[in-house]
Design a protein around this ligand. Structure first.
Ligand code: RRO
Length: 311
């Protein structure tokens, strides 16, 4: 079956990629993702102008049905990833994820990408990191997000998407879509982790993460319903030329199939990829292929966005 997909100038033979943050911080991790034979594209760890260690450890904890993290944007810094792009053959497209600590840092990195003639790929502006101390999730402030995008698109002419946090009220779907539809975005990637959850070890009566008193972003299969609602709700509201990367709660081919029914063009895998390793892509691709073959579908377009409702 045909699992190809397209976002702006990026064509892929397979719709799967890593979720940003998973296996994409160091050169070695990026190389391993690049050489993984199944996934069609990859995305970097969200980057800041200067490298960051991130939050104190422990900052990731495995849950029965997912994960909680408060990494705090650990990354090697913008120049490291630009050097990586320059010096490595791209066997698959790399999306550059940027997450400045301020509007000024976002604009600084986007100016550098705009001015870099060697870079023509997709960029994703992360407006939804839940874990940097004292920094709210920008995409929950609709006016601030609008102001930032207005300034960005005054100079940025290459393909640009944004990474969104989950929304939980249909009014908020309407509000963010109204902002996003004003701009020539290549895509939105939804969802980031469900921000500021809390897990407790009841034996020790203690939180499981050190940063922020234990609060962290929740991912994995427990967030699948929230992810599907956000893909579906945004697909129903966004202009057709804004594609959707579905992220959140994908552990198997059926979960990916559901994301595509909701309208996802591509699907990324986070917690499950972290826990299972790179062989996840081969397994999930095989499971999705099996479902499509059983249903007689030959391409993703046969069912993308064609979710049925009960009349
Ligand atoms: O590094 C993180 O703590 C982090 C980021 Br930037 C993000 O966007 N989402 C997340 O769950 N963790």
């Amino acid at each position: 079956v045909d699992l190809s997909a397209q976002i702006a100038n990026m064509s892929v033979k397979n719709l799967f990629l890593n979720a940003s943050g998973i296996h994409c911080q160091t050169e070695q991790e990026l190389d391993e993702l690049m050489n993984e034979p199944v996934s069609g594209a990859m995305v970097t760890k969200s980057m800041t102008p200067k490298s960051r260690f991130g939050n104190p450890l422990p900052r990731y904890y495995r849950l029965a049905n997912g994960s909680i993290n408060s990494m705090g944007l650990p990354n090697q810094g913008f120049d490291y990833y630009m050097d990586y792009l320059k010096n490595h053959d791209q066997k698959k497209p790399i999306i550059v994820s940027v997450a400045g600590m301020s509007k000024e840092e976002d604009l600084e990195m986007l100016h550098q990408l705009q001015d870099n003639d060697d870079y023509q790929g997709l960029t994703e502006l992360n407006l939804s990191c839940p874990n940097v101390i004292g920094k709210p999730q920008m995409a929950y402030d609709f006016e601030a997000a609008d102001d930032l995008l207005h300034e960005v698109f005054s100079f940025y002419k290459k393909p640009l998407g944004i990474k969104l946090p989950p929304y939980f009220d249909l009014v908020h779907f309407d509000m963010i879509a109204e902002v996003l539809n004003k701009y020539p975005l290549s895509h939105v990637n939804t969802i980031n982790s469900v921000g500021n959850g809390l897990w407790i070890d009841t034996n020790s009566e203690t939180v499981v993460l050190k940063p922020k008193g234990g609060f962290g972003g929740v991912g994995g299969s427990m967030v699948l319903p929230t992810a599907l609602a956000n893909v579906r709700g945004l697909r129903q509201r966004l202009n057709d030329d804004i594609k959707i990367i579905g992220t959140g709660g994908v552990t198997n081919g059926r979960d990916a199939f559901a994301h595509i029914l909701c309208g996802a063009e591509m699907v990324s895998i986070g917690t499950q990829l972290y826990e299972e390793g790179l062989q996840t892509f081969e397994r999930v691709t095989r499971e999705l292929t099996d479902i499509m073959e059983a249903k007689g579908y030959t391409s993703l377009g046969d069912f993308r966005g064609k979710l049925k409702v009960i009349e």
